[in-house]
Write a protein that binds this ligand. Sequence first.
Ligand code: FE2
Length: 428
Amino acid sequence: MLDLLVKDATLPDGRRDVGIAVSAGRIVEVREGLRDAPAHEVVDAAGGLVSPPFVDAHFHMDATLSYGLPRVNASGTLLEGIALWGELKPLLTQEALVERALAYCDWAVAKGLLAIRSHVDVCDHRLLAVQALLEVKRRVAPYLDLQLVAFPQDGALRSPGALANLERALAMGVDVVGGIPHFERTMAEGAESVRVLCEIAAEAGRLVDMHCDESDDPLSRHVETLAAETVRLGLHGRVTGSHLTSMHSMDNYYVSKLLPLMAEARLNVVANPLINITLQGRHDTYPRRRGMTRVPELLAAGLTVAFGHDCVMDPWYSLGSADMLEVAAMGLHVAQMTSQAAMRQCFDAVTAAPARVLQLEGYGLEAGCHADFVLLQARDPVEAIRLRATRLAVYRRGRRIATTPAAQAALALPGRPAAVDFSLERRA
Ligand code: FE2
């Protein structure tokens, strides 16, 4: 007797009329035409898309939902955001941090977002945010995988004590080594910070995820050092470059040499479309650069590229709702990834790709994987992005943990249907 059978599902890879059989929190069978099997609960997906959960590879949970504290970012720039965060940090309490982070995790679960890699600022000798997010990680563990990155926001070398704080954070249970080379005082110190931090990670057997080259400066080339250090230390596939926005503005010849080095290092890349399109190009008049890294070219070079949300209602960004389909939609537009195949890659960039970046165990819709999935009010990944589809039901380990009623608008127009249907196929 199964615990759960989901029947007539469409999977992100295009398979239709698929049954997903669940027992003891794991998927035990996934098969086309599987409609009948004894189960305690049967869910009819009615041809709807069933996807593995959304995954956010880049977030700041210590800052989220703090919009307006202690004031609003007037210029909207990255640098004023960092300054504003510096004003807020001394005012933070552990209780408020935990409360805001838990509230955000509620939003995430409702949107089918069940794994988040969050950076946590370690440039505070109290390590208040580290303690708070470790507590949150423990409390949400039954329903959300929270992976933490020790992030020296003010510079690992530039900020006194940051390196020691980072090592303390790792000892306390933070998972990943972070960095911010472009924010160190000089290019040379930025490169040195990459070397030091990668060595710490290699020594401790940790993954690396650095904010890297988050500027429009085409000569900000710390990604090159990051890739070279990855190769030197044998960290292939274990290192992520987040943002990499300077690549947007780099010389094409230089990029043609950089991409093979990044591929050799099996570097993972995280673009943050909502934030990149908002914060980059701020020193431009017109034309004004988009600033997002070169996503299609990185994918073509064989790299794993994920899209992150980065910020929701914090010193850097006043919008957002934990909706990774909004992130995918923005990435699609900014990178002009408009072919059917490219739009599906944008869906992958908020599901399977970030799961690889986080090295999540048991992620996916195959026998043996965790029974974690989302039933969407859409028939395929492209429609899901187009409609920012409602998450009808969210499952974790085979148990339904969130539901949302189907979106439906009624019309009162003479001679027209009573309900509006946004599907082209049903109209044909
Ligand atoms: Fe970030």
